[in-house]
Design a binder for this molecule. Structure first.
Ligand code: 2HG
Ligand code: ZN
Length: 452
């Protein structure tokens, strides 16, 4: 169908102000956050609710036009932007930003896909609750995108990934059919777990429109510590000693190279007089003060290598050394990002071997969620002609040590061709059958997750 004709049809559904065809208005929806993935949208459409999403999808389905769903566009694997010549409609879900009433009896809330994480947190805080998933992009990431990618973030060690925190979903299939599992019943064994399947499906099976979220109590007593250490193995030793604490909520890793870049771009003062090879940022939280039990573990660390903060502003200052990695790396160039998990015991060896794997191709910055063995391998200055070889070499090493080629960012378009490194042929065949059952025409986020 001609784009003008489709635009007319979709304008009738969402209103002409919410169908963007002007290239200047489309631009921010067409490029990802890093500037690495750029495409060209046939149109950007901004529906205001589930009924409009369903009608837009029905019209696109009838016209056989592919659709890329997009939330805050903070994704890092090219899964939320259109392709250069795929002719996709970008379906922006940001206007689905309603937050329902908190149900304190079950500790749940229903939200629209376009609700921004920090907005959700401030809405539920009034009830002494929070959403357990937290991440550095909290001021722009939307719940719909976090669900689509099964986002992990910083507090997985305590609360699990997004999937564990979603009690139900409302989603729309490619043909406009609405699936409604929003009851959020804590016990509900009536067949296949469609909610669990759609979480992490990266917009390839359905478009998530609303979600029933599990909330956790807000724990008021918090302590944050930054520790300078000599090696990844020392960081893991410390994590092993922290794990038995009931209060452990966050254990984040970064290195001297990343810290130096953060200091340079942010102007923050150095946390210690001396630079250490690696750093561990830890947060503990409880109803009662967790500072004492943390201090008992940190007693084993040489004095002078630990900075401890209790007041919120001081805790945020320590967290900034870790959380500002992404923006600092982005300020220095367009990174090649490889978000991977390796078995925790393999992490020191993986880090030690990385220079050999890279063989001088690119400048590495390593940081991540070390309690899960999740490393964000960020590489600057990889020559364009080396990008595929470097990606392949790193991901093959990850697979060889029993890791996963995507820990928490998803597969997107960036890693679809490497899916076989983490999934067997039988699994990929099942995934293709699921895709064919839910989206037989292949219209939802084509090229993402499953290789073409
Ligand atoms: C984080 O942990 C995010 O801050 C982004 O997952 C990681 O920029 C990255 O590579
Ligand atoms: Zn992360």
């Amino acid at each position: 169908m001609h784009t003008d004709r489709l635009a007319q049809q979709l304008s009738a559904v969402v209103g002409p102000a919410h169908v963007l065809s002007d290239p200047a208005l489309r631009a921010s929806y067409e490029t990802d956050f890093t500037g690495r993935y750029r495409g060209r949208a046939r149109l950007v459409v901004r529906p205001a609710g589930t009924a409009q999403v369903a009608e837009v999808l029905r019209r696109c389905h009838a016209a056989r036009v592919p659709v890329v769903a997009q939330g805050g566009n903070t994704g890092l694997v090219g899964g939320s932007v259109p392709t250069p010549d795929g002719g996709e409609v970008v379906l922006s879900l940001r206007r689905l930003d309603g937050v329902g009433a908190v149900d304190p009896a079950v500790g749940q809330v229903t939200v629209g896909a376009g609700v921004v994480l920090s907005e959700l947190q401030s809405r539920v805080a009034a009830h002494g609750l929070r959403f357990g998933v937290d991440l550095a992009a909290r001021d722009s990431a939307t719940l719909g995108g976090m669900i689509a990618t099964n986002a992990g973030g910083e507090r997985v060690v305590r609360y699990g990934t997004t999937r564990a925190n979603v009690a139900g979903l409302e989603a729309v299939l490619a043909d406009g059919t609405v699936l409604d599992r929003l009851a959020g019943l804590p016990k509900d064994n009536t067949g296949y777990d469609l909610t669990g399947l759609l979480v992490g499906s990266e917009g390839t099976l359905a478009v998530v429109t609303r979600a029933r979220l599990r909330l956790v109590p807000w724990l008021p007593r918090r302590v944050t510590a930054l520790v300078g250490l000599d090696s990844p193995a020392a960081a893991l030793d410390l994590v092993a000693r922290l794990r038995p604490l009931d209060s452990l909520e966050l254990a984040e890793f970064f290195t001297a190279e990343g810290l130096a870049l953060v200091l340079r771009t942010s102007g923050l003062p150095a946390p210690f007089r001396t630079a250490y090879p690696v750093y561990l940022l830890v947060e503990c939280a409880g109803r009662r003060d967790p500072a004492e039990e943390l201090a008992e573990v940190l007693d084993a660390v040489e004095p002078g290598r630990t900075a401890v903060a209790l007041a919120d502003a001081d805790r945020r200052r320590l967290a900034a050394y870790r959380e500002r990695h992404t923006e600092s790396i982005n300020a220095a160039g367009i990174p090649l990002k490889l978000d991977v998990t390796v078995p925790v015991a393999e992490l020191p060896g993986f880090v030690a071997d990385l220079p050999g794997v890279l063989a001088g191709r690119g400048r590495p910055y390593l940081f991540g969620h070390v309690a899960e063995g999740n490393l964000h391998v960020n590489l600057l200055e990889v020559a364009a002609e080396d990008e595929e070889a470097v990606t392949g070499a790193v991901l093959e090493r990850v697979a060889a040590v029993g890791g996963s080629i995507s820990a928490e960012h998803g597969v997107g378009r960036a890693k679809a061709r490497y899916l076989h490194l983490s999934r067997s042929a039988a699994e990929i065949a099942v995934m293709r059958s699921v895709k064919a059952a839910l989206d037989p025409e292949g219209l939802l986020n084509p090229g993402a997750v499953l290789p073409r």
